[in-house]
Design a protein around this ligand. Structure first.
Ligand code: URP
Ligand code: ZN
Ligand code: ZN
Length: 484
């Protein structure tokens, strides 16, 4: 299939220029002015539009068993929502059960992903630690094309790992050329605060926010950064929601640590006032971790995106219906944690970021695709409108408007946390590896169109030479004396 995108302005993370874009098959064949139309080519008129790399959302939970239920959007509805909003690739989390091997969890998630309508990849979660996990990590990196491992410092009694496990896994990541990710909240303190609040009879959704103050996140972010430094690994902090966490990341970067931070679109525009709503359903629908913060934290997150101390805007799309949320009536700790946003991330960020002057168009591209493509080691295959790159392209009409409404969304849930938000700037067309997924409101993509994207390992660290023997050496023994 050949497509010529004619008459637009191509926006990459580092420059903007007026150019046509020729797509042949799955790739971009030419970028330049006055390109001639090959016979049989489809022509998309991009006059008045910006032609940008398709968005990459590196943080989704589609079809995920969690807190006694399963997230409502699967790989089909989630990726269709993504494509409608200009996002051409998602990276989801493969979560092994308590005693499940990473290898069998990977097979399960690959099966779930067969329905994806857009490109997708996986992060692997480290949910338990032993020699089997240590060994499996090598297969995950070298055979499955997964170069990222997620660690939950929260969800005590479920997904949470302790400092010892994190240190070992981070060192193993460095050794394999993989990047550790953390959900940074102090799960022990959260559990304590939850019990205190419930003990005082505070059981509504607002209790969720009170039990997870910014200090809980700031402490865990600092701790993860220091552990990563000692283990010799880089670090990516998911859903950075508050000033304390952002400052920890900025401090680390200022002394040369390779640490990345990922604010969510929700935390950039929604605040803790949402949990004070008198309607239980309204507040519970917004329960996610970390919770929405006091408004002043938003300024810190925007500043981080502007200055480069924070690099990526994601969604953490983990959607639950109102019926699922109601499982937590009478006990906020049982409200399934998670909100949606896949269809809305790019339009809301454009409206709140570019239209307000907070972000340039190039910065918009950086934080929605190019930076994460580099962090995940798939740039410039993804995250660039350039010759040879995958033809993942969004033709963005800066004059198009809509008001977000659950009634019109692709997600399967019955509400939208951005309901009523006025967007100006929307995708006119979305192409995923050359296939027209969306054109003028016509969503053409279908289940199975997406491709699983493998990501190569980074060069292995020369600092971390951790073997299983080293990592399990009894404490107090000089590590140098333990020969592999
Ligand atoms: O509340 C959230 N964020 N739910 C999804 C799981 C996670 O912590 O990312
Ligand atoms: Zn999380
Ligand atoms: Zn998440």
């Amino acid at each position: 299939m050949t497509t010529l995108i004619r008459g637009g302005a191509v926006v990459n993370h580092d420059h903007t220029r007026r150019a046509d874009v020729l797509v042949e098959g799955e790739h971009i064949a030419a970028v330049g002015t006055g390109l001639s139309t090959p016979s049989g080519a489809t022509v998309i008129d991009a006059g008045g539009c910006f032609v940008m790399p398709g968005g990459i959302d590196p943080h989704t939970h589609l079809d995920m068993p969690f807190m006694g239920t399963t997230s409502a959007d699967d790989f089909e509805s989630g990726t269709l929502a993504a494509l409608s909003g200009g996002t051409t690739m998602v990276v989801d989390f493969c979560l092994p059960g308590p005693s499940q091997s990473m290898l069998s969890a990977y097979q399960e998630w690959r099966h779930k992903g067969e329905k994806a309508a857009g490109d997708w990849g996986l992060h692997m979660a480290v949910t338990s630690w032993n020699k089997e996990r240590f060994d499996e990590m090598e297969t995950v990196v070298k055979t499955y094309g997964i170069n990222t491992f997620k660690h939950f410092m929260a969800y005590k009694g479920a997904l949470m790992v302790n400092d010892d496990e994190m240190y070992n896994s981070f060192a193993r990541c460095a050794n394999l050329g993989a990047l550790p990710l953390v959900h940074a909240e102090n799960g022990d303190v959260v559990a304590r605060l939850q019990a205190q609040l419930l003990g005082r009879g505070l059981n509504g959704p607002e209790g969720h926010a009170y039990s997870r103050p910014p200090e809980v996140e700031g402490e865990a972010t600092n701790r993860a950064i220091m552990i990563a430094d000692m283990a010799g690994s880089q670090l990516y902090v998911v859903h950075t929601s508050c000033r304390q966490s952002h400052e920890a990341i900025a401090r680390a970067r200022a002394v040369g640590k390779r640490v990345y931070g990922e604010p969510l679109i929700q935390h950039l525009v929604l605040d803790e006032g949402e949990y004070q709503h008198r309607d239980w359903d309204y507040a519970a629908r917004r329960v996610m971790s970390p919770p929405f913060r006091a408004k002043e934290h938003q300024g810190s997150l925007w500043a981080g995106l502007q200055s480069g101390s924070l690099q990526v805007v994601a969604t953490d799309h983990c959607a639950f219906t109102t019926k699922q949320k109601r499982g937590g009536i009478g006990d906020f700790t049982r409200i399934p944690n998670g909100t949606g946003g896949l269809e809305d991330r790019m339009p809301v960020l454009w409206a709140a970021g570019v239209n307000t002057g907070r972000l340039t168009m190039e910065e918009f591209v950086a934080v929605t695709s190019a930076n994460i493509a580099r962090i995940l080691n798939v740039f410039p295959r993804k995250g660039a409108v350039a010759v040879g790159s995958d033809a993942d392209i969004v033709v963005w009409d800066p004059a198009a408007t809509k008001t977000i409404s659950a009634a019109k969304q692709k997600s399967r849930i019955d509400y939208n946390v951005f309901e009523g938000f006025a967007c100006k700037g929307l995708p006119r067309a979305t192409l995923n590896r050359g296939r027209i997924a969306l054109l003028d409101g016509d969503l053409r993509a279908k289940a199975g169109d997406g491709k699983y994207i493998e990501r190569p390992a980074f060069p292995a660290s020369h600092v971390a030479q951790a073997t299983w023997k080293e990592l399990t050496a009894p404490r107090g023994v000089d590590r140098a004396a333990v020969t592999p």
